[in-house]
Design a protein around this ligand. Structure first.
Ligand code: NAD
Length: 270
């Protein structure tokens, strides 16, 4: 069992919560960082079996001071940061014909700049720790891992979610840039690209009935994914089992990116 510390941003709900729970089950201490305090408290309540190993910090990843506080609280509580999962994200509807500039900024500030701000602060800590190790412990200490929650929308676009597509495309390139610069330190940086996963975000974007059928028509496996099916990839990328993987994105999309035709589906409105 690893005796490591992980920060999960946007960990109060959905995919982030499933990842926090999985990392706790795998033996990590976990800091859940989320802007939504009420959901954070609810998350802590449902993780009471892990009391002492899980901590909630109210944090807006798009705010530099708030991120500074997250790092300080994590170190004061658990004295280390071994894994960072940049998962906090928002989606906002609007395309080139109607998206307001402020809404473009809002999405980019959370999904892309937020991941940058938290990574920047965590990497400062990690590199400093590595540089202060003696030669022997540099070889024996377990290395660090950073994981960015991207999306299939870093590859394919939705016409009416322009800012979201842009943010995830940027996050994929940030993953690669970070991986290259941090490889000599032994810090691995990877991404996960989910397709349609059953969370509040999917409910907001796709709703139910015909809109949901459209998603199934694009999904060869014929069902949305579950948050736990993303958490298992995060657990793998965080672990030593992924020790030679860096700069990659693992897509979990029920076959969506491989698809070049539309699946027949029985309408749930029938
Ligand atoms: P969700 O809405 O269920 O959860 C997102 C969490 O992020 C919430 O707890 C929210 O409070 C938090 N958050 C929002 N803004 C924040 C901020 N400024 N600072 C800190 N926390 C903030 O969404 P989800 O579906 O679980 O999505 C999680 C991640 O997975 C996102 O990055 C999303 O883009 C990505 N993703 C989701 C899907 C999907 O189908 N659900 C598909 C691909 C990628």
């Amino acid at each position: 069992m690893p005796n490591k510390v992980a920060i999960v941003t946007g960990g109060a709900k959905g995919i982030g919560f499933a990842c926090a729970r999985r990392l706790l089950d795998d033996g990590y201490s976990v800091v859940i960082a989320d802007i939504d305090e009420e959901s954070g408290r609810f998350a802590l309540d449902s993780l009471e079996a892990h009391v002492g190993n899980v901590h909630f910090v109210q944090c807006d990843v798009s705010d530099k001071l708030s991120v500074h506080n997250l790092i300080a609280e994590t170190l004061s509580r658990f004295e280390a940061i071994d894994v960072l999962l940049n998962n906090a994200g928002i989606a906002f509807q609007g395309g080139i014909l109607d998206l307001e500039p402020e809404d473009f900024d809002r999405v980019l500030n959370v999904n892309l700049k937020g991941a940058f701000l938290v990574s920047r602060a965590v990497v400062d800590y990690m590199v400093n720790e590595i540089e202060n190790r003696d030669d022997r412990s540099r070889l024996t200490e377990k290395p660090y891992s950073i994981i960015n929650m991207s999306s299939i929308n870093d590859q394919v676009a939705l016409p009416d979610y322009l800012a979201y597509n842009v943010s995830k495309g940027g996050l994929l390139q940030m993953t690669k840039s970070m991986a290259l610069q941090l490889a000599p330190y032994g810090i691995r940086v990877n991404a996960v690209g989910p397709g349609s996963i059953k969370t509040d975000m999917l409910a907001d974007v796709a709703g139910s009935g015909k809109a949901f059928d459209k998603i199934l028509m694009r999904t060869p496996m014929g069902r949305p994914g579950q948050p736990d099916e993303i958490a298992s990839i995060v657990a793998f990328l965080a672990s030593e089992d992924a020790s030679y993987i860096t700069g990659q994105c693992i897509y979990a999309d029920g076959g969506r990116l491989a698809l070049n035709y539309i699946m027949p589906v029985n309408s749930s409105d029938d």
